[in-house]
Each structure stands twice: as C-alpha cells, then as structure tokens.
Design a protein around this ligand. Sequence first.
Ligand code: FA5
Ligand code: MG
Length: 348
Amino acid sequence: MTITPNIAERVGVNLHLRPSHPLNTIKTLIENHFLKTDPTFELYSTLPPLVSTQSCFDDLLIPPTHSSRSKSDTYYYDNTTCLRTHTSAHQSTLLKESGSKRFLVTGDVYRRDEIDRCHYPVFHQMEGVKMFEAGTGGDVIEEDLKRTLEGVTKEIFGEVEMRWNDDYFPFTSPSFELEIFFNGEWLEVLGCGVIQTKIIENAGLKQPGWAFGLGLERLAMVLFEIPDIRLFWSKDPRFIDQFKSGEIIKFKPFSKYPSSIRDISFWTGSQNFHANDFSEIVRNCISEDIIESVELIDEFVHPKTKEVSNCFRFTYRSMERSLTNEEIDKVHFKVRERAVDELGVVLR
Ligand code: FA5
Ligand code: MG
C-alpha cells in the first residue's frame, strides 16, 4: 500500500463535478463541443479511480518494467490495484464491456511526482476514444484525430498557435502531443494517437480508432489565468466565489502571503534513493498545502567515497494565510527526521 492519508482524502472529492469549479466549466465546454459535432459521444465522469493494474497498465500494453508502474511513481492499493495514473485506464474495459464506440471519460488521476506550481499528485484528465468502420485507413484516422483536437482547442482558446510533435505511448501508434503557444511559452496540453490493433483485438473488436488524453488543470490554468495548481483545491471563498457555472472568469489573485526558504542537505545513503519518495515524505508531514515547491538545488558525488549529496530548497508559503516561523520549523524538523527514519539518509 503506497496510498497515504493525504492522498486517500482526495478520493471522492471530484472537483470536476462541482458546478461552479473551473475544472467543471472546462470539462463541460469540451463535452458540449464534442456533442455538437457528434451527438453519439457517451460521457463518463463518475468511474471510480481505484482500478486494477491490469486495466491501468497491462491492457494498454505497458510492460511490467515500465517506469510509470514503479512504486515511486504510482499509488498502489495492493499488488493488483492502484489509483489510476491516467484516464486511459478505462479504455479497454469500456470497449470490451460497455460496447461504447465513442466516449469521453473525465476523472481524477494520481501520480507521485515532483512539487511545483504545475504539478500536483492529484490532477484531472479527460480521455476521448472514437472507433471507425472496419477497414478505415490509418491516415484517415490520424487526420480525423488532429482535426478534431484542433477544433476543441480553437473552441476553448480561440485562434491560437499550435503545433503537433511526435510522441510515444505503448498503447498508440503513431502517437502525438499537442502544444499551444500561450503567454510566450509552448504548453503541452494532450497526448494522443491511433490505438494499437492488439488492444482492440483484445477487447474483441475488429475496427480501428483513435484516443487522446488531456490535462484539465493545464487548460484551466491558461483559460482562467490560475497561476498555481494548488488553488484548484482551495477551500478559501476568495478563490471559490470568483467562479460561476459555465463562465470563463479570469482569476483575480488575492493578497500573496510571504514565503520562507529552508534547505535540507543530506547524503542519500543508498542506491535506492528516489526524489519522489522524498516528495511523498514531505507531503505526509503537512496537513495543509503550505509548501509551494521543493527544488533540488545541489547534487554532488564525493570524489573519494562516491557518496551522493543532495540539497533540497523548500519554499514555504500558504495561499491562504501567513505562516509563523515556529510552525514552519516544526514541519521542517519533521521532514528531516522522517527522511532519516524512512529513507536512511544522513543529514549534513
Ligand atoms: C497520458 O497520460 C496518456 N494516457 C495520454 C494518452 C491517452 C495518449 C490516449 C494516447 C492515447 P501524459 O502523461 O502525457 O499522457 O499526460 C497527458 C496530459 O496530462 C499532459 O499533456 C498534461 O496536460 C497532463 N498532465 C500530465 N502530468 C501532469 C501533472 N503532473 N499535473 C498536471 N497535468 C499533468
Ligand atoms: Mg506527455
């Protein structure tokens, strides 16, 4: 079991189902766009996030050794069950068991990951699948996929610059990612591709199709000008009350509280040290979101002993209130202690 209490309490919150929440607005916008162009798309938004590793990985031809399956990347419930790491976890089951041929699946997904303003261990994805008549050529499917996704992007952002890059997923071939140019930067919004024939055959079907998976927070951050991914989880009325169902309202930042910097340096002590495990310990030391980022600022190998030293810089800041030095020290001390106890690191 690698699911920790602070993760377990996010299960069932379903931000994407709250009517005035930006994630619900963007989800509805995309769903309506699909229904407008093709009313046969079926919508799923309440499939439970606890899934079998079979459907999350094996059905999608993700090999047992793939890094995304490791305990440092995925929240496991037990050996055969985990919190879905992507909405693609429902692709095969829906094709096989529900007979759906065109659908959108929206849900919360979970990944042990780094800590910064665009990454959070829980985020939301929307999966799209469209199957075609048997015998439809790969070129036709690829073309339809790209035009469809360009249509959605235009609907959300208006005329934006976008570009396709080749990508790789074990479950699609060819595979692509779509980036849009926004505020001077290229932003990755989705991955997609033509579904591997083997997956379709395993689901008992004989027709080809495409699939995509997009990140709702990424799109919402751009559309609503929300600068920090933690804000989606805020219970502060100064955040929540700014938004109305179905309306695109630009976020007005409320007063920023001061930040406080603390570093931790240690010898990692073993070959098995994973930065994601360290992040997990950090998350488990806080009962509220008071850490904005944890950044590896220095790493070196001792020339004689070959031991590895890491220095992590912590930026403590709450979105909602000022933090006292005392409470920051308390958390920081706890992180140091737990890193020693649980990861066997040696503080410097
Ligand atoms: C996937 O998750 C694939 N399942 C997508 C897919 C579906 C490909 C169907 C082909 C067919 P990826 O890990 O790149 O791919 O994530 C997809 C999107 O989720 C990204 O483009 C990004 O918008 C969003 N995303 C990924 N990681 C995070 C994160 N930590 N925080 C917020 N958004 C994220
Ligand atoms: Mg990607």
